[in-house]
Design a protein around this ligand. Structure first.
Ligand SMILES: Nc1ncnc2c1ncn2[C@@H]1O[C@H](COP(=O)(O)OP(=O)(O)O)[C@@H](O)[C@H]1O
Ligand SMILES: [Mg+2]
Length: 163
Protein backbone atom coordinates (compact mmCIF):
# COMPACT_ATOMS: atom_id res chain seq x y z
CA UNK A 1 0.00 0.00 0.00
CA UNK A 2 1.07 3.57 -0.59
CA UNK A 3 1.82 5.40 2.61
CA UNK A 4 -0.18 8.59 3.00
CA UNK A 5 1.60 9.54 6.20
CA UNK A 6 3.26 12.53 4.58
CA UNK A 7 0.24 14.70 3.96
CA UNK A 8 2.23 17.23 1.96
CA UNK A 9 2.56 14.82 -0.93
CA UNK A 10 -0.11 14.35 -3.50
CA UNK A 11 -0.26 11.52 -5.92
CA UNK A 12 -1.12 12.63 -9.42
CA UNK A 13 -2.01 9.40 -11.04
CA UNK A 14 -2.07 5.77 -10.16
CA UNK A 15 -2.71 2.73 -12.25
CA UNK A 16 -2.22 -1.01 -12.23
CA UNK A 17 -0.49 -2.50 -15.26
CA UNK A 18 -0.87 -6.15 -16.22
CA UNK A 19 2.25 -6.57 -18.36
CA UNK A 20 5.44 -4.73 -19.42
CA UNK A 21 3.73 -3.27 -22.50
CA UNK A 22 1.19 -1.50 -20.31
CA UNK A 23 3.98 -0.16 -18.09
CA UNK A 24 5.75 1.19 -21.18
CA UNK A 25 2.50 2.76 -22.40
CA UNK A 26 2.04 4.51 -19.06
CA UNK A 27 5.63 5.80 -19.34
CA UNK A 28 4.91 7.13 -22.81
CA UNK A 29 1.95 9.08 -21.41
CA UNK A 30 4.07 10.41 -18.56
CA UNK A 31 6.73 11.55 -21.05
CA UNK A 32 4.33 14.14 -22.45
CA UNK A 33 4.53 15.98 -19.13
CA UNK A 34 8.28 15.81 -18.76
CA UNK A 35 10.80 18.18 -20.26
CA UNK A 36 14.49 19.03 -20.28
CA UNK A 37 15.63 20.05 -16.81
CA UNK A 38 13.24 17.70 -15.04
CA UNK A 39 14.42 15.05 -12.61
CA UNK A 40 12.39 11.87 -12.12
CA UNK A 41 13.05 9.48 -9.24
CA UNK A 42 11.88 5.89 -9.63
CA UNK A 43 11.22 4.04 -6.38
CA UNK A 44 10.57 0.32 -6.33
CA UNK A 45 12.24 -2.98 -5.57
CA UNK A 46 14.21 -5.16 -7.98
CA UNK A 47 11.94 -6.33 -10.80
CA UNK A 48 9.29 -3.72 -10.07
CA UNK A 49 9.56 -2.39 -13.62
CA UNK A 50 11.74 0.70 -13.29
CA UNK A 51 13.81 0.00 -16.40
CA UNK A 52 10.68 -1.03 -18.30
CA UNK A 53 9.11 2.31 -17.39
CA UNK A 54 12.22 4.17 -18.59
CA UNK A 55 11.80 2.40 -21.95
CA UNK A 56 8.30 3.85 -22.24
CA UNK A 57 9.37 7.35 -21.22
CA UNK A 58 12.35 7.32 -23.57
CA UNK A 59 10.19 6.22 -26.49
CA UNK A 60 8.23 9.44 -25.93
CA UNK A 61 11.44 11.27 -26.87
CA UNK A 62 12.20 9.10 -29.87
CA UNK A 63 14.64 6.66 -28.23
CA UNK A 64 14.01 3.02 -29.23
CA UNK A 65 13.18 0.89 -26.15
CA UNK A 66 15.84 -1.70 -27.01
CA UNK A 67 18.51 0.94 -26.37
CA UNK A 68 17.48 1.21 -22.73
CA UNK A 69 19.27 -1.03 -20.26
CA UNK A 70 19.88 -0.62 -16.55
CA UNK A 71 23.09 1.36 -16.21
CA UNK A 72 24.07 -0.68 -13.19
CA UNK A 73 27.80 -0.76 -13.94
CA UNK A 74 28.31 2.68 -15.45
CA UNK A 75 26.03 4.67 -13.11
CA UNK A 76 24.82 6.98 -15.88
CA UNK A 77 23.87 6.23 -19.48
CA UNK A 78 23.00 8.97 -21.92
CA UNK A 79 20.50 8.53 -24.75
CA UNK A 80 20.20 10.90 -27.67
CA UNK A 81 16.53 11.62 -28.01
CA UNK A 82 14.67 14.79 -28.94
CA UNK A 83 16.20 15.89 -25.66
CA UNK A 84 19.12 14.11 -23.97
CA UNK A 85 18.01 11.52 -21.43
CA UNK A 86 20.35 10.73 -18.53
CA UNK A 87 19.52 7.34 -17.05
CA UNK A 88 20.99 6.69 -13.61
CA UNK A 89 20.89 3.48 -11.58
CA UNK A 90 21.76 4.06 -7.93
CA UNK A 91 21.46 0.39 -6.92
CA UNK A 92 25.15 -0.21 -6.39
CA UNK A 93 26.00 3.18 -4.98
CA UNK A 94 27.51 3.08 -1.55
CA UNK A 95 26.61 6.69 -1.04
CA UNK A 96 24.90 9.45 -2.98
CA UNK A 97 28.22 11.29 -3.05
CA UNK A 98 29.64 8.72 -5.48
CA UNK A 99 27.36 10.25 -8.09
CA UNK A 100 28.95 13.64 -7.58
CA UNK A 101 32.22 12.13 -8.83
CA UNK A 102 30.61 11.38 -12.20
CA UNK A 103 29.17 14.86 -12.54
CA UNK A 104 25.58 14.16 -11.51
CA UNK A 105 24.99 17.69 -10.29
CA UNK A 106 26.21 19.08 -13.60
CA UNK A 107 23.66 16.97 -15.45
CA UNK A 108 20.96 18.40 -13.21
CA UNK A 109 22.21 21.95 -13.26
CA UNK A 110 22.70 22.15 -17.01
CA UNK A 111 18.97 21.69 -17.57
CA UNK A 112 19.80 20.26 -20.98
CA UNK A 113 18.10 16.94 -20.54
CA UNK A 114 15.77 14.74 -18.56
CA UNK A 115 17.37 12.97 -15.59
CA UNK A 116 15.78 9.65 -14.57
CA UNK A 117 17.09 7.78 -11.51
CA UNK A 118 16.35 4.14 -10.65
CA UNK A 119 16.54 3.59 -6.87
CA UNK A 120 15.86 7.32 -6.66
CA UNK A 121 15.43 7.33 -2.88
CA UNK A 122 19.21 6.93 -2.59
CA UNK A 123 19.96 10.22 -4.34
CA UNK A 124 16.94 12.25 -3.28
CA UNK A 125 19.16 14.47 -1.08
CA UNK A 126 21.03 15.59 -4.21
CA UNK A 127 17.94 16.24 -6.29
CA UNK A 128 15.88 19.40 -6.64
CA UNK A 129 12.78 19.65 -4.45
CA UNK A 130 10.60 19.79 -7.54
CA UNK A 131 11.71 16.36 -8.72
CA UNK A 132 9.02 14.04 -9.98
CA UNK A 133 8.64 10.67 -8.36
CA UNK A 134 7.10 7.41 -9.52
CA UNK A 135 6.63 4.53 -7.11
CA UNK A 136 6.30 1.03 -8.48
CA UNK A 137 4.83 -1.77 -6.40
CA UNK A 138 4.81 -5.46 -7.27
CA UNK A 139 1.27 -6.76 -6.72
CA UNK A 140 1.88 -10.22 -8.15
CA UNK A 141 3.89 -11.85 -10.93
CA UNK A 142 2.58 -9.55 -13.66
CA UNK A 143 0.69 -6.73 -12.02
CA UNK A 144 2.42 -3.53 -10.94
CA UNK A 145 0.92 -0.46 -9.32
CA UNK A 146 2.49 2.75 -10.60
CA UNK A 147 1.90 6.04 -8.82
CA UNK A 148 3.30 9.42 -9.82
CA UNK A 149 4.03 12.26 -7.45
CA UNK A 150 5.01 15.82 -8.12
CA UNK A 151 7.61 17.59 -5.97
CA UNK A 152 6.41 20.14 -3.41
CA UNK A 153 8.20 23.10 -4.95
CA UNK A 154 6.66 22.61 -8.37
CA UNK A 155 3.20 22.18 -6.87
CA UNK A 156 3.46 25.55 -5.17
CA UNK A 157 4.62 27.15 -8.38
CA UNK A 158 1.74 25.61 -10.33
CA UNK A 159 -0.67 26.83 -7.69
CA UNK A 160 0.66 30.36 -7.99
CA UNK A 161 0.39 30.17 -11.74
CA UNK A 162 -3.24 29.18 -11.33
CA UNK A 163 -2.48 25.90 -13.07
N1 LIG B 1 3.26 -5.09 -15.40
C1 LIG B 1 4.60 -5.17 -15.56
N2 LIG B 1 5.32 -4.05 -15.71
C2 LIG B 1 6.67 -4.10 -15.82
N3 LIG B 1 7.38 -5.24 -15.81
C3 LIG B 1 6.72 -6.38 -15.66
C4 LIG B 1 5.30 -6.40 -15.54
N4 LIG B 1 4.90 -7.71 -15.43
C5 LIG B 1 6.01 -8.44 -15.47
N5 LIG B 1 7.10 -7.68 -15.61
C6 LIG B 1 8.49 -8.17 -15.64
O1 LIG B 1 9.16 -7.66 -14.51
C7 LIG B 1 10.51 -7.36 -14.83
C8 LIG B 1 10.77 -5.88 -14.61
O2 LIG B 1 12.11 -5.67 -14.83
P1 LIG B 1 12.80 -4.24 -14.81
O3 LIG B 1 11.99 -3.26 -15.59
O4 LIG B 1 14.21 -4.46 -15.22
O5 LIG B 1 12.68 -3.88 -13.25
P2 LIG B 1 13.63 -2.97 -12.35
O6 LIG B 1 14.38 -2.04 -13.24
O7 LIG B 1 12.66 -2.29 -11.42
O8 LIG B 1 14.53 -3.91 -11.59
C9 LIG B 1 10.70 -7.75 -16.29
O9 LIG B 1 11.23 -9.06 -16.34
C10 LIG B 1 9.29 -7.70 -16.85
O10 LIG B 1 9.09 -8.60 -17.93
MG1 LIG C 1 16.42 -1.58 -13.50
Amino acid sequence: MISKSNTSERSLESCVTANPEETRAWGLKLARRLQAGDCLLLIGELGAGKTTLVQGIASGFGVPPEKIRSPTFVLIREYDGQIPIYHVDAYRLRSAEELLDVGFEDYLASGRGLVIVEWGEVVRPLCPPDSWEVRLEILDEHRRRLTSFLGAHRRRKRHRDGD
